[in-house]
Ligand binder design. Structure first.
Ligand code: PLP
Length: 379
């Protein structure tokens, strides 16, 4: 079930915790998504897992990159990416950020406010601009709560504003919320986005579908083909309605490419009975919220678990991290069943942890260091 590369890393004896990461899995996931979406351009969202080996593998596959900071641009260029394949997707750019990106050869920017359009006009004249829409992200495990994106009327105004300035408005984008499990949410967003682009006079816009593509953590999810079919139908619908002639698709997957490529190997520090407090055992690991499990906040993401060295009958447990922070509890509501004979020193693997883990780990809260990454090809 795990890739040969991950099995090889995990077969070696090394101190926990660490993230085993296999760029071959990222490649495979890239190919599956690319095949489902035909000639769409795929821009990997670097924040999901900025590991150089992952970026190099994706450069090799012909991917572009969705970047949000100068540091991410630098990482991509160091991995061999052509700056013209980079898109600066973070509309919250401080003064000078667009100019620095442009000086590195980045020509593509996402915007969502008049203030940012004006900043781009000054700092990256002539840049290609997509306007981000705020869309319904029902079905996402980690919604944006309106942090980004303009409503359709404002988006039309922004596309026109960009055209009046010295910018090239090329299309529209959205993010349907990460771990978005519903193809219908993408379809609805595509309909809004293409109607908006048409109103702004773009006959064949770029349609950047953003990220959100889900990983089958504890339950199966729709595959790339189902999402692609829903998107295709929505594009055809917009064309049939006369909003646009068609659209050139882009995707910005992060989680879907990197998630399945990682296994976080941890050790049990303690198994405690808590008389009068909880009928369940509390199992404390050497990883928690601050060593890469940030997405367990609110128990948004439920990683599958396995215990390689024990075969005891599964019994319920609360899973917690090692630090003295009361929020450093991994799963309290999410059902966790671990072998009844689990003991301090046992290994516990958290599966599908390649995305949004190593990059989220703190530098040393309570003295617990950042998460080590062991890359399969290089192990
Ligand atoms: C984070 C992000 C992505 C990737 O999202 P996933 O849910 O990991 O696929 C894509 N585009 C933008 C603009 C993002 O901020």
């Amino acid at each position: 079930m795990l890739s040969p590369g991950l099995e090889k890393v995990l077969a070696q004896d090394r101190p926990t915790p660490y993230l085993a990461l296999d760029p071959q899995v990222v490649r495979q996931r890239y190919r599956e998504l690319a095949a489902a979406f035909g000639d769409a351009q795929i821009l990997y969202a670097v924040k999901a897992c900025p590991e150089p080996a992952v970026l190099r593998a994706l450069v090799g596959e012909g991917a572009g990159f969705d970047v949000a900071s100068q540091q991410e641009i630098t990482l991509c260029l160091a991995a061999g990416a052509d700056p013209r394949t980079l898109q600066h997707g973070n509309p919250v750019r401080g003064p000078g950020a667009a100019a620095r990106a442009a000086a590195d050869g980045v020509r593509r920017f996402v915007t969502d406010s008049a203030e940012d359009v004006d900043a781009l006009t000054a700092e990256a004249p002539g840049a290609r601009v997509q306007v981000r829409l705020s869309v319904d992200d029902t079905g996402s495990a980690t919604p944006f709560h309106g942090k980004f994106g303009a409503l359709p009327g404002e988006a039309v105004a922004l596309l026109r504003r960009a055209a009046q300035r010295d910018l090239e408005p090329v299309g529209v984008t959205f993010h349907a919320g990460s771990q978005q499990t519903r193809p219908g949410t993408y379809a609805a967003a595509v309909a809004v986005a293409l109607e908006t682009a048409g109103r702004a006079g773009l006959a064949r816009p770029e349609l950047d579908l953003g990220g959100g593509w889900p990983v089958a953590y504890r339950s199966p999810v729709a595959g790339p083909a189902e999402f692609a079919a829903a998107v295709r139908d929505a594009v055809d619908g917009a064309a049939a309605a006369g909003h646009v002639d068609g659209a050139d698709l882009l995707l910005e997957p992060g989680r879907a490419l990197a998630g399945p490529a990682g296994v976080l190997r941890s050790s049990v520090l303690r198994v405690s009975r808590r008389p009068g407090i909880d009928h369940r055992r509390w199992v404390y690991l050497d990883v928690g919220r601050y060593q890469g499990l940030a997405e367990t906040e609110g128990e948004a993401i439920g990683y599958p678990l396995r215990v390689p060295g024990r075969a005891g009958r599964p019994a319920p447990a609360v899973l917690a991290g090692p630090t003295c922070d009361g929020d450093d509890v991994i799963y309290r509501r999410t059902p966790v069943a671990l072998p009844a004979d689990l003991a301090a020193g046992d290994l516990v693997d958290l599966l599908h942890t390649g995305a949004y883990t190593s990059s989220y780990a703190s530098v040393g809260f309570n003295g617990f260091g950042p998460l080590d990454v062991v890359v399969a090809d290089e192990a």
